[in-house]
Design a protein around this ligand. Structure first.
Ligand code: HEM
Length: 351
């Protein structure tokens, strides 16, 4: 993070202003955070390679999402499908290599000792330890989860964590650029809570309540994940609806967040104060706010995402004031995730 801000500062000479397209920077920042949290420092190369492959996958997935879906089409060996299948194979192979390497380092040394008695250092280590009930057996199939499940979890986290959190940061920066009053309130709070520290400490994070309200309002107006999907596992009665087993439901998170019967007449306005008394009091229903989904399968990364966003936004607010660039065009679009279609050019000035 400090690296990114130093680069921004060096682009701005003296008290000049500088235009920065923030969405690209936030994506790169999130890649670093995820690689370190999931794999640890030594696996940067693998991580970067997987991100490169997934970025290509996203292009194909977005195109497929925007096209009319013809049943069975995805199984045909068209040029696009062949490329998509190859990318999927390569992602899997790279994860497999990485997990194998890590597992060997953990358990399969010559002396067959467990390498460390310490607690797990990152998420991958947690999963590897869960996958093997007997660490002296060099296998990933004796435990609660197997290698295919570990790979699937890694794929989801790599993809979901990067684009969702970077979009939240982008929209929050755009909204604070559009609303200088709230930008000022957030900055005042950051200085008051963090004092002379150049980044918030672990104890500062929960005290940044205005910033928390701003992040919630940003997630309400521009939820990075615009909808969730559920399938009825059995014949179900839901309110007045009878849902036969197998029925798929699309829960329109973005629609619920913009429903004036739940949020009031100012539903389309940026008003973080609506969250002043907590999420449950912000709307007519305590379930109306669902940027991370609801229920047993809600997002596992919710707390991490909010901590990341508080750290990033407060470090920016400490150093710069910012406003929208004249080239900014407001055009939210769903490209798998809800993002600004033409990017987010912002003008930064050193404080
Ligand atoms: C602003 C950031 C984020 C948003 C808006 C977001 C949103 C969501 C949503 C809406 C779901 C689906 C929940 C449902 O179906 O009910 C989900 C699932 C998930 N998210 Fe996130 N997410 C974010 C960040 C993260 C991060 C940082 C991670 C990982 C470190 C993560 C990992 C996951 C995983 C693994 C699932 C699947 C959970 C399951 O199926 O049990 N997400 N997220």
């Amino acid at each position: 993070m400090k690296d990114m801000l130093t680069k921004w500062s060096s682009k701005i000479s003296n008290d000049d202003k500088m235009e920065i397209e923030v969405s690209k920077w936030f994506v790169r920042l999130l890649e670093d955070v995820i690689i370190h949290a999931l794999f640890g420092r030594n696996y940067e190369e693998y991580g970067k390679f997987i991100f490169k492959l997934q970025a290509q996958q996203k292009v194909y997935a977005t195109k497929a999402y925007e096209q009319i879906s013809i049943p069975g089409y995805r199984f045909l060996p068209t040029k696009k499908n062949i490329i998509a299948w190859r990318l999927e194979r390569d992602v899997r192979k790279t994860f497999m290599k990485l997990i194998e390497h890590r597992r060997k380092r953990l358990y399969c040394r010559d002396d067959h000792d467990i390498q460390t008695e310490d607690g797990p250092k990152d998420l991958l280590e947690v999963m590897i330890k869960t996958s093997s009930t007997n660490p002296n057996i060099c296998s990933l199939s004796t435990g609660i989860i197997n290698i295919d499940e570990i790979i699937d979890e890694c794929k989801t986290i790599f993809f979901a964590a990067k684009y969702s959190t970077s979009n939240m940061l982008t929209w929050t920066t755009v909204l604070l650029a559009m609303n200088p009053h709230w930008q000022e309130l957030a900055r005042d709070e950051v200085f008051k809570v963090c004092g002379a520290r150049d980044a918030p400490s672990k104890d500062d994070i929960p005290k940044l309540s205005t910033l928390g309200m701003i992040l919630n309002e940003s997630l309400r107006l521009y939820p990075p994940v615009a909808a969730a999907i559920r399938q009825a596992k059995m014949d179900t009665k839901l309110g007045g609806l009878n849902l036969p087993k197998g029925t798929e439901l699309l829960i329109p998170i973005i629609g619920i967040h913009h429903d004036s019967t739940l949020w009031g007449e100012d539903v389309n306005e940026f008003n973080p104060a609506r969250f002043a008394h907590g999420v449950a009091q912000a709307a007519k229903s305590p379930m109306a706010f669902m940027p991370f989904g609801l229920g047993a399968r809600h997002c596992i990364g919710q707390n991490l995402a909010i901590i990341e966003a508080k750290v990033v936004m407060s470090m920016i607010l400490m150093r710069f004031s910012f406003q929208l660039a004249p080239t900014y065009r407001h055009a939210p679009a769903i490209r798998l995730f809800l993002c600004p279609q033409h990017g987010a050019p912002i003008i930064f000035q050193k404080l």
